[in-house]
Design a protein around this ligand. Structure first.
Ligand code: PDD
Length: 287
């Protein structure tokens, strides 16, 4: 059975799904996206993802192709049709196609934005080997544009970052600007020093992770100390622990940065505890 994907109002087998060669997502990376995790067939943090999607669209003067209730129906329909238990739903909105290549945005009244969504099944994702061993990262310069708070599909540099990590024989990369860590290639970055959880404050420099918001809320509820501030790559290398968060990794321990081993080189207690809390609470709150 082939995967059923959603394209502009239709549910189609993936091989029949088509988008114009003039689609501005394809030509200009003129599009935004969301990744919502699915655990036990339920959508995790869905209201957070739609709120961020609406913000991304509005920052780029892009029209929402459907209302957010319809988006929920589409997500549920895809999960159900593709029998996703653990996995994710990827959603992308682009400024559509006006049948030619032109830098100037088309008139939104004439050219509808385009909506594509598909699922990825990831059986056993919460018990991954990486979550048990922790991951190793290298630091790379952050050369992305200045509006990283908008979740655009311009993912070439994050993709290159993953390749740099692969070439270095590690799992991922942390991006650094002016000596300070911004975020991971596709996740938010944290260090733990003593009993303090430190992660960069929100701003244009990083994406406001939906998992980040939930994890910081759970940490505070568990009486842990959270500091939202920039931290240096040097501070990170001498931290007691580190971890990253995202909809695809939840809370993932980091055990090595640029070859410097953190603690005893195994996932630290804070990361392990936050991962447990996040997964437990998310499963309960999934819709
Ligand atoms: N990436 N920072 C960046 C640059 C990201 O790409 C992501 C998510 C995050 C974490 O956001 P959230 O907690 O809402 O997933 C932070 C997704 C998972 C991706 O591109 O696949």
């Amino acid at each position: 059975m082939s995967r059923i994907v959603y394209v502009n109002g239709e549910y189609l087998p993936e091989e029949d799904a088509k988008i114009s060669v003039f689609d501005r997502g394809f030509l200009f990376a003129d599009g935004v996206y969301e990744v919502t995790s699915v655990l036990g067939g339920k959508l995790i943090d869905f209201p957070g993802h739609t709120a961020r999607l609406e913000r991304s669209l509005s920052e780029l003067d892009m029209a929402a192709p459907v209302d957010m209730d319809t988006l929920l129906d589409i997500h549920r329909e895809l999960v159900q049709r593709n029998q996703v238990d653990d996995g994710l739903v990827y959603l992308q909105v682009t400024r559509g196609s006006d049948g030619d290549r032109d830098f100037v945005f088309p008139d939104a009244a004439k050219v509808a934005s385009s909506l594509v969504a598909f699922t990825q099944s990831k059986p056993g994702v919460t018990e991954s080997a990486a979550s048990k061993s922790g991951i190793r990262v290298i630091s790379i310069p952050d050369v992305r544009w200045g509006r990283r708070d908008i979740k655009t599909v311009q993912l070439l540099y994050p993709s290159m970052g993953k390749m740099m990590a692969k070439a270095a024989g590690v799992d991922d990369a942390w991006m650094v600007e002016d000596g300070e860590v911004t975020e991971g290639t596709s996740n938010n970055a944290y260090i733990v020093v003593g009993n303090r959880i430190i992660t960069r404050q929100l701003g244009n420099e990083i994406l406001a992770g939906i998992t980040r918001a939930a994890v910081l809320r759970f940490a505070r509820e568990a009486q842990m100390t959270v500091e939202e501030r920039a931290f240096g790559i040097d501070e990170a290398k001498t931290a007691d622990e580190a971890f990253v968060t995202s909809a695809t990794t939840f809370v993932m321990p980091v055990v090595e940065i640029d070859g410097e081993v953190l603690g005893d080189g195994t996932p630290g207690p804070v990361a392990k505890r936050l991962r447990e809390i996040y997964l437990d609470e998310s499963r309960k709150a999934g819709i």
